[in-house]
Write a protein that binds this ligand. Structure first.
Ligand SMILES: NC(=O)c1ccc[n+]([C@@H]2O[C@H](COP(=O)([O-])OP(=O)(O)OC[C@H]3O[C@@H](n4cnc5c(N)ncnc54)[C@H](OP(=O)(O)O)[C@@H]3O)[C@@H](O)[C@H]2O)c1
Length: 348
């Protein structure tokens, strides 16, 4: 492994993390990477080793372990959790120690999400709002409130980057859709499913009719999992090719993942059409969830109402890196039928 870039990978068994790892392992640059993944399941760790990935069995809640593994890496992929501040603090502590001891300038690629843009845009589905965030508008990005979801973790990353001991890049996907297909899924290592649209589908199947929050008028961006994978690879390759200073980083290092947006009602209506087609509902038109249903299907009214927030994003910064997403909102709507069928198979 001499001469290879040491990489610490968190989230290798997840929907996003597994999909990106699967691509990195088949990328022409795969031979340059010495990847260590932190994995909770011993069984999955053993399977992952067969793909040439070193594994450490453990949880990212073990912050001493995370700190040690981060210190040992020149590149950290944080693909598991957009909200775990202690985990991120441990990563940053490890990177800071590495910088102090070796003079290395480590690279952090972290996964946040466009949920951050919902702050102040919560309309419970009764309206679309007109605030549209552009990831290349650094002033607009700087004004996102610290109270916004995910923002506490992102702010800790910005501070670390500004301190100068690492270079950090943050990917913020919108609603990711599509069932992941790759060698890690085939080997039973990776979760192939997203959660946003599948949650709406499970609720619809449970109540026998598609549902939405309020009138479903609020809007979110969407992006296909394969395009998300490409975004991480384009970003990582750009950092390698141009050097860490050649790519906007830290507070200027937000990269949205979106290739179109829709209302929540559009998504739910597509679910309804599939249910009618499969003989599971009489009417395709979604109706509003009651508070009781929000609790039953999403865990709480607050979580359920997330499906009635607005998150409006334009990924101009990501596109300027050379990212060319291929799938559109029409593809997102067409992806709902296979998702419904997969959930029905799981529920059998
Ligand atoms: N999917 C989307 O549409 C979307 C969009 C934007 C942002 N995001 C954000 O991206 C992040 C990842 O999402 P995802 O869809 O890839 O979720 P996921 O499929 O549930 O993957 C989560 C990953 O984190 C790992 N993990 C969880 N707790 C852990 C722990 N204590 N120690 C070690 N590993 C742990 C899981 O491992 P196990 O296999 O052991 O569970 C899995 O590898 C989340 O924060 C999510 O909010 C997701």
């Amino acid at each position: 492994m001499a001469g290879k870039t040491p990489v610490f990978y968190i989230g290798a068994t997840g929907y996003i993390g597994g999909s990106v790892l699967a691509k990195l392992l088949t990328d022409p640059s795969a031979d340059t990477l010495d990847i260590t993944a932190l994995v909770r399941s011993e069984d999955k760790a053993a399977k992952l080793e067969k793909f040439g990935v070193r594994t450490v069995v453990g949880s990212f809640k073990d912050v001493a372990l995370v700190e040690r593994l981060a210190e040992a890496a020149h590149v950290v992929f944080s693909m598991a959790d957009a909200d775990d501040l202690p985990m991120m603090q441990a990563i940053l502590k490890g990177l800071k120690q590495r910088h102090a001891k070796l003079g290395d300038l480590p690279i952090l690629i972290h996964t946040s999400g466009t949920g951050i843009l919902t702050y102040g845009q919560e309309t419970k589905g009764m309206a679309a709002t007109d605030v549209i965030y552009d990831d290349s508008d650094f002033e607009q990005i700087a004004n996102i409130k610290p109270e916004a979801v995910h923002r506490n973790v992102d702010n800790a990353i910005f501070e670390a980057d500004a301190d100068g001991y690492c270079r950090a890049y943050i990917v913020l996907p919108g609603i990711i859709y599509g069932i992941a297909k790759n060698q890690l899924v085939d080997a039973g290592i990776q979760n192939p499913y997203s959660f946003g649209i599948p949650m709406l589908i499970k609720a619809a199947l449970g109540r026998g009719r598609a549902g939405m929050v309020g009138k479903g008028l609020a809007r979110w961006p969407n992006v296909h999992i394969d395009d998300v994978v490409d975004l991480y690879v384009v970003l990582y390759d750009a950092v390698v090719e141009k050097g860490p200073e050649g790519v906007d980083h830290g507070a200027r290092g937000y990269y949205f993942g979106e290739n179109g947006e829709s209302s929540w009602a559009d998504i739910s209506r597509a679910v309804g059409l599939v249910m009618v087609e499969l003989g599971l509902a009489a009417d395709a038109e979604p109706t509003a969830f009651s508070d009781e249903e929000l609790v039953k299907y999403f865990g709480s009214v607050e979580i359920g109402n997330y499906f009635g927030t607005n998150s409006r994003a334009r990924a101009n910064h990501s596109r300027a890196l050379g990212w060319k997403p291929r799938y559109t909102t029409q593809d997102m709507l067409a992806s709902i039928k296979p998702e419904v069928e997969a959930i029905l198979r799981q529920q059998k």
